[in-house]
Design a binder for this molecule. Structure first.
Ligand SMILES: N[C@@H](CCC(=O)N[C@@H](CS)C(=O)NCC(=O)O)C(=O)O
Length: 201
């Protein structure tokens, strides 16, 4: 199992999930500009879409798209309960959260790191992001995790995206429940180990 990643980027969620799942894995960093891997390989040969995360499963199959990778990792360690049983109402709820994070938080936040994004575009995206976080803050008030008492891979994804906000000059004080959730995930031993491994501790 090998995770292609970039420190602090969206692959951080998959990295935390692997660590929480207790699955043995290797890491390879990717230079996303040059599309080169740490060992000098052509990253486009791994993922022709050119983005991380990409997970190489032990049979050599390559899985891309963060949501798919997170669900795959959870399925590989069912005893950890990082996702409910497939097909159940709770599983659908988890999927709802994962899609919400991917489309309503990850993309509007992540695109603001693009140097070509004009300031007024960033402002518009920040407004949309703020509305989504307002909703999330109310939903998380019931906490402690997105799925209530149970921690799931969606929590690692939310942690990852929320970690970008200070770098985007977004004041997180408006969302105290999301900020408390962030701290809850941050102090977990698996998260701490991953942050250290990615040079972010
Ligand atoms: N749809 C993909 C998007 C992943 C994504 O946005 N990856 C970013 C880093 S967070 C990336 O690798 N960008 C480089 C590029 O698109 O060239 C997913 O959800 O996994």
């Amino acid at each position: 199992m090998k995770l292609y990643y970039k420190a602090g980027a969206c692959s951080l969620a998959s990295h935390i999930a692997l660590e929480e799942a207790g699955i043995p894995y290797a890491l390879e960093a990717v230079d996303l500009e040059a599309k080169k891997t740490e060992s000098g390989g052509d990253f486009l040969a791994v993922n022709p879409k050119g983005y991380i995360p990409a997970l190489v499963i032990d049979d050599g199959a390559v899985l891309t798209e963060g949501v798919a990778i997170l669900l795959r990792i959870a399925a590989m360690a069912p005893e950890k309960g990082l996702a409910p049983a497939v097909g159940t109402q709770d599983y659908m709820k988890l999927l709802e959260w994962l899609v919400f994070i991917a489309t309503e938080l990850h993309k509007p936040a992540g695109i603001q790191f693009n140097p070509a994004m004009p300031e007024d575009g960033k402002t518009a995206l920040k407004t949309v992001l703020g509305r989504r976080l307002d909703y999330l803050d109310k939903a998380l008030g019931k906490g402690p995790f997105l799925m209530g008492e149970r921690i799931t891979v969606a929590d690692f994804y939310l942690f990852t995206v929320f970690s970008w906000l200070p770098r985007l000059k977004i004041d997180t004080a408006a969302w105290p429940h999301v900020a408390a959730h962030f701290e809850r995930i941050k102090v977990r031993p698996a998260t701490q180990a991953v942050l250290k491994a990615e040079g972010l501790a």
